[in-house]
Design a protein around this ligand. Structure first.
Ligand code: ADP
Ligand code: MG
Length: 321
């Protein structure tokens, strides 16, 4: 199958058709219309075989995850997803040795694209070591994007969903065990918190998505905002599996520093606390208060017994020595 057959067969029509796409896949560029009064939010993420996923991963799950991790960045700005482009690098023999692979990859991508209203409008197809880059484009009313800067002393530190599930699933897989299905899904098919991001626009003072680990990602909010924070570990939202693992080992690094959660971490003025249940309903996922912003610098984590917990490595860093 030639490059052009691949493109025509698989990538010509993924996601919904949208009125704001003048021209999608097929020409040298896509032609797109941004609504008046909106800024375009753009983000790209790359997943590399052997680094971000195991080469033998289910291709349908990979298609889902590649789009999900990029949409998570739009969510973290409070942007509404619109378009995506896909740069796909495939081993030269893959389309012939595993003819269903690209099909399954596209199925996973298409299902999430349809669910989130994102049209695939272009891309690039090359041969080489397996890697996937997806760039997403979304809209946010002028000046209303929620940034990493903006957290102020007294603000509540909050997080969506639960933390550490993907890390626990990966740990099981790497030690040759089969994680429970629900945990595996949290690793392989993360839910981008797009609805939560939109609900928090105009509410959150700062926001980020947790891709590298809560401590590291919250650290970016603290640095950008020039503040510090106290976290109450007893208040971290944990699934029963992670709660059991933490209770058994005391390993708080699992919810604090394992990556791939794709939950939103955000700060909220203290007077907004009463509105959280309503916000969570609009967001379609639980939202928990886990700490407070304070003056100063740095993150302090407090154990349920009142002692301070010192975290070693805070999150994943591709270039850490
Ligand atoms: P060019 O050589 O002009 O860059 P290509 O031959 O790479 O164009 O691509 C032809 C068309 O197919 C373009 O519209 C491009 O955006 C689209 N395309 C190529 N690969 C992909 C892909 N993996 N997903 C979506 N669209 C793709
Ligand atoms: Mg061209």
């Amino acid at each position: 199958m030639s490059e052009f057959d691949l493109i025509r067969t698989h990538f010509a029509r993924l996601g919904p058709s949208r009125d704001d796409v003048t021209l999608g896949v097929g020409d040298d560029c896509a032609l797109l219309r941004v609504p008046a009064g909106c800024e375009l939010a753009v983000s790209i993420d790359t997943l590399v075989a052997g680094v971000h996923f195991l080469p033998e991963v289910n291709p349908e799950a990979l298609g889902h995850k590649a789009l999900a991790v990029s949409l998570s960045d739009l969510a973290a700005m409070g942007a509404e997803p619109a378009w995506a482009t896909l740069a796909l690098t495939l081993p030269a023999d893959l389309p012939s040795t595993r003819p269903d692979w690209v099909d399954a990859f596209c199925r996973g991508l298409d299902a999430l694209a349809l669910e989130q209203g994102v049209a695939l409008v272009g891309g690039d197809t090359t041969s080489g070591p397996l890697a996937v880059s997806i760039q997403v484009h979304g809209f946010v009313p002028q000046g209303q994007a929620v940034r990493r800067q903006g957290a102020g002393p007294g603000d509540l530190v909050c997080v969506s969903g639960t933390l550490g599930d993907a890390g626990l699933a990966l740990r099981a897989i790497l030690s040759g065990l089969e994680p429970p299905e629900g945990l595996r899904a949290r690793l392989e098919r993360p839910t981008p918190r797009v609805a939560a991001g939109l609900a928090l626009r105009g509410q959150a003072s700062a926001m980020i998505d947790c891709s590298d680990g809560l401590a590291a990602d919250l650290g970016h909010i603290l640095e950008a905002s020039g503040v510090g924070a106290d976290l109450s570990l007893a208040d971290l939202p944990l699934s029963p599996d992670v709660a059991r693992a933490v209770a058994a080992t005391g390993d708080w690094a699992l919810p604090l520093a394992s990556g791939d959660d794709y939950e939103l971490c955000f700060t909220l003025p203290a007077q907004s606390r009463g509105g959280l249940p309503e916000l969570a309903r609009t967001a379609g996922c639980p939202l928990a208060v886990i700490g407070r912003i304070r003056e100063g610098r740095g993150l302090r984590c407090w154990l349920p017994d009142g002692r301070e917990f010192h975290l070693g490595r805070t999150g994943y860093d591709h270039f850490a020595a």
